[in-house]
Design a protein around this ligand. Structure first.
Ligand code: NAP
Ligand code: MG
Length: 474
């Protein structure tokens, strides 16, 4: 194998301030809580201090959003669209800066933030900008009305992309928002706040409140919030569902997953191997729809696993800003501890663990790409979401057995099917209890395509025309 020379992306393009306030009513203001440090997970270097919003701060943000709702919802759709198109274009213009900032704060490889996250972020704003003046043709009646103030809470794995999934449809439909980014990745949301200023978005239409779980809880519980949209863990999703129960708030939950990536014996092996690698090692496996359970047909198990191991040995783990890096840093010490804990459980329950030889940097949070074979359905690594670069391999003999094993999970967010036969793809897709089924590909996203879960993966759909429904009074 040949060596790669270092190819680091320069971080000079980003200008990180030492500290950031909350973004309320179009301005940056101080927060009442103690400051939080956000670090670069690849080096543990502190990047900036961000404010913590107390419940009083959240209240001010909700009031600003309520006041702005009058103005924003009264604008003709075509006028709202102009702002959204403008935001989309500014995101494109600042894409390189935002990609570097995302990689610094999150630890994901620049190749992914540059080629996946940022293009999709802009695409979401463009897509929903297009709907803003066409809502009456979306199938929700002649004059669909916005809901009001949306309280949105997002996770750290795709910080700016999750923001786009939440804010673009909300604004297109005429709602205003109060959004809380994750504690470990607030910086691109704050850069987005600057973009709202740059786009002359009316004050209060978008408010960003940083802080920890308490801040999120205050957003969700605020009595003047009409709609709650949450992406995160099933555990916190349950708490939120309880808070919202019995109120008039509308709720969508995008939660965890434990997707089966199913490879039949007639699948093109090399393509399937690429799909398996993309399915679980993309974004360090910090992906809710990751293909974390590989179901391989017994007859090709050996051939496929040999080829997968060879491919895994070529993955480059290291500096997220290096353009040749495939796997970056784990987002936080807490997440790393969780991945280590579940991997240790995999070994102690009897599965066989394998990683390629791979040197990990001294500082920062790192985990090598890892494969577990001999996994039983009862093992924790087959049932629980690891949210890291760890693949559990199970086998099957018949399509019916594949379906049964794939569906044997409390989750139901996504699945993958690899086979040459179109009829088999459709047969499988009919039976898989998952919101998205990819065929001969994996982890492909498009703003026009709905995304969401069955069972404990949550309810409601984001993306596409159906994604408008969550933000309209239908
Ligand atoms: P998390 O702990 O549930 O946190 C998600 C967000 O909720 C963060 O902003 C968090 O703040 C906040 N939060 C924590 N406690 C809260 C509470 N009691 N009330 C309101 N908000 C609260 O999840 P995570 O660890 O950041 O993200 C990983 C999980 O998200 C995984 O399970 C993954 O599958 C899921 N996920 C799902 C999707 C999807 O579309 N289905 C997409 C991405 C991720 P702090 O950051 O301060 O803790
Ligand atoms: Mg960080």
């Amino acid at each position: 194998m040949f060596e790669y020379a270092p190819a680091p992306e320069s971080r000079d393009i980003v200008d990180i301030k030492p500290s950031y306030g909350l973004f309320v009513n179009g301005e940056f203001v101080d927060g009442g809580g103690p400051g939080l440090k956000t670090v670069n997970p690849a080096t543990e270097e502190p990047l900036a201090e961000v404010a913590t919003a107390t419940s009083d701060d959240v209240d001010r943000a909700v009031q600003a959003a309520r006041k702005a709702f009058g103005v924003w919802s009264a604008l003709p759709g075509a006028e709202r669209a102009k702002y959204l198109f403008r935001i989309a274009r500014i995101i494109q213009e600042r894409a390189r800066e935002l990609a570097v900032l995302e990689s610094l704060d999150n630890g994901k490889p620049i190749r992914e933030s540059r080629d996946v996250d940022l293009p999709l972020v802009a695409a979401h704003f463009f897509y929903y900008a297009g709907w803003a003046d066409k809502l009456r043709y979306a199938g929700f009646g002649d004059n669909p009305r916005p809901l009001g103030v949306a309280g949105q809470v997002i996770p750290w794995n795709f910080p700016l992309l999750m923001l786009a999934w939440k804010i673009a449809p909300a604004l297109a439909c005429g709602n205003t928002v109060v959004l809380k980014p994750a504690e470990t990745t607030p910086l691109t949301a704050l850069a987005f706040a600057e973009i709202c200023q740059q786009a002359d978005l009316p004050p209060g239409v978008v408010n960003i409140v940083t802080g920890a779980g308490d801040t999120g809880a205050a957003v969700v519980a605020h009595p003047d919030v009409d709609k709650v949209a949450f992406t995160g863990s099933t555990e916190v999703g349950r708490v939120i569902a309880r808070t919202v129960a019995g109120t008039n708030k509308k709720l969508t939950l995008e939660l965890g997953g434990k997707a089966a990536n199913i490879v039949f014996e007639d699948a093109p092996i090399d393509q399937a191997v690429e799909g398996i690698v993309n399915g679980i090692f993309f974004n360090q496996g910090h992906v809710c729809c990751a293909g974390s359970r590989l179901l391989v047909q017994e007859s090709i198990q050996e051939e496929l696993l040999d080829s997968l191991r060879r491919r895994m040995a070529t993955l480059r783990v290291g500096d997220p800003l290096d353009k040749n890096t495939d796997i970056g840093a784990i987002n936080s010490a807490e997440q790393l501890a969780k991945i280590r804990d579940l991997s240790a459980a995999g070994e102690s329950e009897g599965a066989e663990r394998w990683s390629p030889a791979c040197e990990l940097p001294q500082r920062g949070f790192w985990f090598p790409p890892t494969l577990f074979t001999g996994v039983a359905q009862s093992h924790r690594i087959a049932r629980e979401e690891i949210f890291g670069p760890v693949l559990s391999v199970l086998t099957f003999r018949t399509p019916a057995e594949a379906v049964e094993k794939a569906n044997n999970t409390p989750y139901g967010l996504s699945a993958g099917v690899w086979t040459e036969k179109g009829s088999r793809i459709l047969w499988m897709a009919d039976r898989l209890r998952a919101g998205v089924v990819w065929a001969n590909t994996f982890n492909k996203f498009d703003p026009a395509s709905p995304f969401g879960g069955y069972k404990e993966s949550g309810y409601g759909r984001e993306g596409g025309k159906i994604g408008l429904e969550a933000y309209l009074d239908v």
